[in-house]
Design a protein around this ligand. Structure first.
Ligand code: SF4
Length: 347
């Protein structure tokens, strides 16, 4: 048996007792209900565990069943998601919930292939649900698991290359322990999240320290190897915070592209002067009377950085092009992405 295979083969015996002793108490670990695990895994993509706790509890309190999610009004769903970002995830949750209701009679499918076929569910989430909820030997390889595996085997293949993930998934699948598949998936994730952390792995506390090649070779800090990041595209946006009386103008974004279909403050591309911004507001049918303030902010998405200038303008009338709502109503009823909400927050 080659060294790599031996390391993988010994993982269940090394990690399961450690996980049983050290698992964090997280709300989505209270049961193995697939609806709960699914929601938590989607929320945990791109968001820290501590931030997800509160969202998770609130979401399930509002939508306790797959049927509730399938039929909730979209605005309410997006409001529950507000602050988590990447709103496509929330829309896909609803699409998948509808599919589960219509195709599977409201019962979450158990087969990996059926889970994977649901909208918004990739190999990682499907693996997490199949192993944690249905005890199937299917790995869930995310960034944490990639890092742990690269270090354990001192593998310097760049993690972005698909063959790296394929190799790890295939090797892990062969060593999944029957009856403890869910615990093994969670143990791997937990090790990456709490011990084998990106910047300073706590090798002295690690249950796998005796078998870890990166620890032996002193290479842990440099692993996993990453290909250089692509530069983010930069876009300039001028936001028009139009106020008439106590109401503010809101519009809907296009149904495709970044923040598709979300509510937004009126805006135009480019950096405008105050005078140009007032002219742009007039072109949109508003009647700007006075500019109250000018604010600059940067908002960073995965591939794009928005450099934003916001002009807060007092207007004489409410043009029909926009929906006008007062601040408490906006905060209660409208789901507005952070990129725009931050200008309302400073009012
Ligand atoms: Fe990570 Fe260190 Fe444990 Fe190796 S010994 S798996 S590098 S924490």
């Amino acid at each position: 048996m080659e060294e790599k295979d031996m390391i993988y083969a010994s993982l269940p015996a090394v990690l399961l007792p450690w996980y049983a002793q050290n698992a964090r108490d997280l709300p989505w670990r209270a049961d193995r209900e697939p609806y709960h695990i699914w929601i938590s895994e989607i929320m945990l993509q791109q968001t820290r565990v501590e931030a997800v706790r509160e969202y998770y509890i609130r979401f399930l309190h509002a939508l306790p069943s797959i049927e509730d999610l399938a039929f909730v009004e979209e605005n309410r769903l997006l409001k529950l998601w507000e602050g988590l970002g990447y709103y496509t995830r929330a829309r896909n949750l609803q699409k998948a919930a509808r599919e589960i209701v219509h195709q599977w009679g409201g019962v979450f499918p158990q087969e990996y292939a059926h889970i994977r076929a649901l909208p918004g569910i990739g190999p990682y989430t499907a693996g997490a649900i199949a192993s944690i909820c249905f005890e199937q030997p299917v790995p869930a390889v995310d960034g944490n698991v990639l890092r742990v595996a690269a270090r354990l085997t001192d593998d310097h293949t760049p993690v972005q290359l698909p063959q790296m993930k394929a190799d790890i998934s295939q090797r892990l699948a062969q060593v999944y322990p029957a009856q403890s598949c869910g615990a093994f998936t969670q143990a791997l994730m937990e090790l990456g999240a709490t011990v084998c952390t990106p910047k300073s792995p706590k090798c002295g506390d690690c249950p796998a320290r005796a078998i870890c090649l990166a620890r032996q070779n002193g290479t842990a800090a440099g692993l996993p190897v990453r290909l250089p990041k692509r530069e983010k595209r930069e876009e300039d946006i001028t936001v028009l915070l139009l106020q008439c009386g106590d109401a503010y103008a809101l519009g809907r974004r296009k149904e495709d592209g970044l923040l598709a279909g979300m509510w937004e403050l009126p805006n135009v591309p480019g950096i405008l002067t105050a005078q140009q911004a007032a002219a742009a507001a007039e072109d949109m049918g508003a009647q700007p009377e006075r500019i109250l303030s000018e604010t600059h902010r940067t908002h960073v998405f995965t591939h794009v950085r928005w450099e934003m200038t916001c002009f807060h303008m007092l207007c004489a009338g409410k043009c029909e092009r926009w929906i006008w709502a007062e601040l408490p109503h906006i905060q209660r009823e409208f789901s507005i992405p952070t990129a725009f909400r931050m200008f309302l927050d400073i009012l």
